[in-house]
Write a protein that binds this ligand. Structure first.
Ligand SMILES: CC(C)(COP(=O)(O)OP(=O)(O)OC[C@H]1O[C@@H](n2cnc3c(N)ncnc32)[C@H](O)[C@@H]1OP(=O)(O)O)[C@@H](O)C(=O)NCCC(=O)NCCS
Length: 152
């Protein structure tokens, strides 16, 4: 699903597709919140009848350890299976992330999205996210933000 959502068509039809899938699987496994679940979660949307995973999102409020500094708390990898889009699944996943961040010391969410991803930008705007500017490493990426009241 991640490959389908974020990689270009060349990769999806490439004979190396399986390698990319394994690389993504490895990335998710490396990052999987085995610990720190109060600060980091991966959420899935599951189709009830078949138990198929049809949506995914990562919400991470741990200090960033990567070389390129990502904002925190950071919502990423939001994707929905193409056959299940426009049914409110992404909306629901984002709202669940919002409930999660309201429970932590920094009740806010940062998102990076490609400037030409009109569908996603439309969704985030409807959910009251503000565009704060361009990513400092890649001007094609917009940085979005939303602040919440703490639930505590
Ligand atoms: C963007 C994405 C996650 C939306 O998932 P979804 O489950 O279809 O979204 P929802 O059904 O919750 O849509 C909520 C709202 O977002 C907007 N929206 C979503 N997809 C849209 C599209 N393709 N075009 C225009 N608006 C869109 C609409 O306002 C929609 O409300 P509506 O259906 O009542 O008009 C999905 O298209 C996807 O996986 N895309 C590829 C990966 C990606 O771009 N992820 C976001 C990275 S930040």
């Amino acid at each position: 699903m991640i490959l389908e959502a974020f990689y270009d068509a060349k990769v999806k039809t490439s004979p190396w597709k399986r390698v990319y899938i394994l690389a993504e699987l490895n990335r998710l496994q490396q990052n999987y919140p085995y610990e720190d679940t109060e600060l980091h979660q991966m959420l899935v949307a599951v189709e009830e009848e078949t138990e198929m995973v049809v949506g995914f999102v990562d919400i991470d409020a741990r200090p960033c350890k990567t070389k390129i500094k990502l904002p925190r708390p950071y919502l990423s990898d939001l994707c929905v299976h193409p056959d299940f889009r426009r049914r409110g699944i992404a909306n629901r996943l984002v709202k669940t992330c919002e409930e999660f961040t309201k429970q932590i010391p920094r009740p806010e969410i940062w998102i990076r999205v490609k400037g030409d991803n009109n569908g996603a930008i439309e969704m985030y705007k409807n959910l009251d996210y503000s565009i704060t500017g361009q990513d400092e490493n890649d001007p094609a990426i917009l940085v979005l933000h939303k602040q919440f009241e703490s639930a505590e």
